[in-house]
Design a protein around this ligand. Structure first.
Ligand code: FE2
Length: 261
């Protein structure tokens, strides 16, 4: 499997705190059957993204791991005015393996009204935005038409593996399931931050997807699409996004059922 979202580099953000913890996370990943990991430190108001430091830490960790796990760099890019200015100079510094896919994260408390323009601006820089874990964002869950618009303009969706296991709450799990049913998910990733609460694990979520949505879907979302993003290729699995959103309907149906039962 290939993990495109992981905070494995030590002492750069709220991910691995030390080289030892980073190595432990890597060992967990190797045991899970993960072959490639993209180290994606935060770029937000709390953590500055320093590309040279990111590359240095990646090279140090890769040297310790040898060829047992292939590491690349990217960024957990927070969509803010300041970041949009910064990325303009060197867009590929932030991209997965310095190719063309970019992880884009929205704040939990506000989605800017200009999000569509901002995402389009990233596309004009040659980047393909991947919206990270929208299932965990209450605002996005309550405004599915925004997500639909981003999909229609060519963005992709990455779900956190642990969301499907209920580790981010029932709402996130149900939302992930609903979007899998609708075939609008493009990637799963660990978004691992440490060895315990947010580990570098994908296997259990892979098994859930395989059992309910089939082996091909699991292969596409955990291996084939992430590998294509790693290598900067077009995605092999890119489902047709419906031309009209029916994304608002299921929550209403669910609420009715709850009242009657
Ligand atoms: Fe992250």
């Amino acid at each position: 499997m290939v993990d495109i979202h992981c905070h494995i580099l030590p002492a750069l953000d709220d991910g691995a705190a030390s080289v030892e913890e980073a190595l432990e996370m890597a060992e967990t990943g190797i045991q899970e059957g993960i072959t490639h990991v993209v180290a994606t430190p935060h770029a937000n108001s709390e953590f500055r993204f320093d590309y040279d430091a990111v590359c240095e830490r990646r090279n140090e960790l890769q040297a310790r791991l040898g060829d047992r796990l292939r590491l690349a760099t990217g960024c957990d890019f927070h969509l803010s005015v300041e970041n949009l200015e910064l990325i303009r100079g060197r867009p590929t510094n932030y991209a997965i393996n310095q190719k063309r896919y970019l992880l884009v994260e929205f704040a939990d408390f506000a989605i800017p009204p200009t999000a569509e323009e901002a995402l389009h601006g990233l596309q004009l820089l040659g980047l393909s935005p991947i919206i990270t874990h929208p299932e965990r964002n209450r605002l996005i869950r309550s405004q599915p038409q925004r997500l639909w618009r981003w999909l229609r303009q060519g963005c992709y969706i990455q779900v956190t593996a642990q969301s499907l296991l209920g580790k981010w709450g029932e709402s996130a799990r149900k939302q992930a399931e609903e979007w899998l049913d609708k075939e609008i998910v493009h990637f799963f990733a660990s978004d691992a931050h440490n060895t315990h609460h947010r580990p570098l694990r994908l296997r259990e979520a892979y098994a859930v997807v395989e059992a309910r949505w089939g082996e091909q879907m699991a292969q596409s979302l955990f291996r084939e699409n992430p590998l294509a993003a790693f290598e900067g290729r077009d995605l092999p699995y890119e489902p047709q996004i419906p031309s009209a959103p029916d994304l608002t309907a299921p929550p209403v149906r669910r609420r009715k059922r709850f009242i009657f039962f």
